[in-house]
Design a protein around this ligand. Structure first.
Ligand SMILES: CC(C)(COP(=O)(O)OP(=O)(O)OC[C@H]1O[C@@H](n2cnc3c(N)ncnc32)[C@H](O)[C@@H]1OP(=O)(O)O)[C@@H](O)C(=O)NCCC(=O)NCCS
Length: 171
């Protein structure tokens, strides 16, 4: 696999990250945001990056290829209230033309390392559509287990209704 660097997002990534996210929504069947629903501008994304860098319970790691292009991201956040702030939720994606080349595994490994070094986060949670076999295979290979399922929580444009699965790991 071509060289991939995993690093924390920087303010200067805002514009490229926005273009990346827009492209991911256009090329992924298993996300909640449909193509055309994404409306965040560059300044809003820049402020989002500021928050990610300033908050102890937030993180955004991005994968860059040898040319510096963003080919993946993983975004984690906590509810900062005392009783639940030990639980991080995350979402992740890899650029369509780089899927199944190990980028997702690298990003998730970096997130798990970040959590292990964190002073108060102890649990990692995620939501995944029941028909997203690729993502579930990745999470299961890291030891994530199924904790529950929300019935019929997702309805696609073609009328298909699928469950939303909650998976978790205590690293
Ligand atoms: C899910 C996703 C992030 C995986 O990233 P990736 O870079 O393609 O994954 P990797 O190449 O690192 O693969 C890691 C493991 O995941 C599993 N996997 C990945 N793609 C798979 C596929 N198409 N079918 C079956 N298993 C798959 C395999 O276990 C794989 O290990 P292996 O290649 O040794 O068999 C990527 O497919 C993606 O961005 N999908 C669209 C957005 C999305 O669904 N995000 C997750 C929402 S919960």
């Amino acid at each position: 696999m071509a060289k991939i660097e995993i690093c924390e997002v920087e303010l200067g990534d805002a514009r490229a990250l926005n273009a990346y996210v827009r492209q991911v929504y256009e090329t992924s069947d298993h996300l909640i945001t449909a193509p055309g629903e994404y409306g965040m501008g560059t300044f809003a994304r820049w402020r989002w990056c500021v928050r990610k860098l300033a908050s102890s319970g937030e993180v955004c790691l991005i994968a860059k290829d040898a040319d510096g292009a963003i080919v993946g991201m993983i975004d984690g956040w906590v509810d900062p209230r005392q009783r639940v702030r030990h639980v991080l939720t995350f979402a992740m994606s890899v650029r369509a033309d780089r899927r199944r080349t190990g980028v997702g595994r690298k990003l998730l490994a970096a997130l798990v390392d970040w959590v292990k070094a964190h002073p108060y986060i102890r649990k990692i949670e995620l939501h995944v559509h029941a028909d997203n076999a690729a993502a579930q295979a990745l999470y299961t290979s890291f030891g994530f287990i199924l904790e529950g399922e929300r019935k019929g929580a997702v309805r696609y444009e073609d009328g298909r209704v699928v469950n939303d699965r909650l998976m978790a790991l205590w690293p």
